[in-house]
Design a protein around this ligand. Structure first.
Ligand SMILES: [Fe+2]
Length: 275
């Protein structure tokens, strides 16, 4: 398995607080079958984050030096704000060394009106936006068809392992399953922050959940657990293209019908995710 969203760079955000914790987290991930990690410290998506990225690189190097036998990559999780438009040409913010992908985190409460334009700007630059945990966004929870529009605009979706297996609440799990059933999800990732409340440990359960779900045979666009957990995230780490999501008119109609069922679950924020 390849994890493209987690917070193991020590002392730079609300993730690992020390190099020691970071190394234990990596060992835990390895024990569970994770072979590559793209770590994604929080970035606010504005010009002064260029200096912040230099700091991330310095701290990440300490992890690299201590774990030369693990495949580790440094990216970032870019919080979408109106300022993000001004950094779409900065390689520092992308998630892979070839600058082909960027991991974007929406505010919890809504999908901002400028988000479509931002996706368009990234696509113009040949960068594929990855929307981090859309199932945890209130706008998407209330209007799941937004997720379809993200994908139609060239973005890919990353669902969090804890959401899929229900650890983060029923509403997030329900939304995750709905997106998965429609074939809109390209990645699972842990969003691991520590060893206790947000660990790597739900990876095996999430893989099994995705495997049994995809084998049910009633997904509109089936996606295998191996693609979600290994092949697609591996392509991101390598800056390689992903297989396309085949959304013809018939599929779009079915996806819309599926997404429109049972919207509007009660949503309570369980934790404060940003630093
Ligand atoms: Fe994150």
């Amino acid at each position: 398995m390849v994890d493209i969203h987690c917070h193991i760079v020590p002392g730079v955000d609300d993730g690992a607080v020390s190099l020691e914790m970071s190394l234990v987290m990596i060992e835990e991930a390895r024990r569970l079958g994770v072979t590559s990690i793209l770590t994604t410290p929080h970035i606010r998506g504005r010009m002064d984050d260029v200096a912040r990225h230099e700091y991330h690189k310095k701290e990440f190097q300490k992890v690299l030096d201590a774990k030369p036998d693990m495949d580790l990559h440094l990216g970032g999780e870019v919080r979408v704000t109106p300022d993000t438009h001004s950094v779409t040409d900065r390689a520092e913010f992308t998630a892979d060394e070839k600058s082909k992908y960027i991991l974007l985190e929406l505010e919890f409460e809504q999908v901002p009106p400028y988000f479509s334009q931002l996706l368009f700007e990234y696509r113009l630059r040949g960068i594929t936006p990855i929307v981090a945990h859309p199932e945890r966004n209130v706008g998407v929870l209330r209007h799941p068809e937004y997720a379809l529009e993200f994908v139609r605009q060239g973005a890919r979706l990353q669902v969090t392992t804890g959401s899929l297996i229900g650890e983060l609440g029923d509403a997030f799990q329900e939304c995750s399953l709905k997106l998965l059933e429609c074939g809109l999800v390209s990645f699972l990732a842990s969003d691991a922050h520590n060893l206790t409340t947000r660990p790597f440990t739900n990876w095996p359960a999430a893989y099994e959940y995705a495997r049994s779900f995809s084998e049910r045979g009633d997904c509109i666009i089936p996606v295998s657990a191996d693609d979600l957990c290994t092949n697609n995230p591996g392509a991101v780490c390598a800056g390689m293209p992903l297989p396309p999501i085949e959304l013809d008119e018939k599929a779009i109609t079915r996806v819309r019908q599926r997404l429109s069922k049972n919207n509007g679950p009660a949503v309570k924020r369980k934790r404060f995710f940003f630093l």
